[in-house]
Design a protein around this ligand. Structure first.
Ligand code: FES
Length: 160
């Protein structure tokens, strides 16, 4: 499997930070960077990461299964994660989640028909003091109001 020259350089930098017998330490960042590049964690990617880190494909699969930020199916261009855990729930997170599902017509871990937006209901993101919290790809948004969410979805290309 070939990656872009940029990703190959990142992987090389990661490997240079670990002793050769500890390449397995790069499994999670390698999966995340590769997922960003190819859109999801494919079978081919699992086998490639296993080959490069010297662990079994099964061990890589166990990592993929455990961490919710790793996805086997392609996400939307913008992946919107809405927290409905306790602090966010008490501050309107559940209503934001329902608002987003209504507006987009999709549910948990689903992608809009045009591929622009995917949705995920998530557990605490560590931003409880600024609840309700939303994450879009790698950007965080705090104290999100229904109006702010509506504007955000419009900016991401959601249909009215
Ligand atoms: S409960 Fe939502 S960020 Fe902690």
């Amino acid at each position: 499997m070939t990656f872009s020259p940029e990703l190959e350089a990142k992987i090389e930098r990661m490997f240079s930070q670990y002793p050769p017998d500890r390449r397995r330490s790069a499994v999670i960042p390698m999966l995340m960077y590769a997922q960003d590049e190819i859109g999801s964690v494919t079978r081919e990617l699992v086998e490639e990461v296993a080959r490069r880190t010297g662990i079994t494909p099964l061990a890589v699969d166990e990592v993929v299964t455990y961490y919710s930020m790793l996805h086997r199916m392609p996400l939307g261009k913008s992946h919107v994660q809405i927290c409905t855990n306790i602090s966010c729930m008490l501050n309107g997170g559940t209503e934001l989640w329902e608002q987003a599902t209504r507006r987009l017509g999709i549910g948990h871990k689903e992608v809009s028909a045009d591929g622009k937006i995917s949705l995920e209901e998530v557990e605490c993101m560590g931003a409880c003091s600024w609840a309700p919290a939303i994450q879009v790809n790698y950007d965080f948004y705090h104290q999100v109001t229904p109006q702010k969410l509506d504007e955000m979805l419009t900016q991401l290309g959601a249909a009215r």
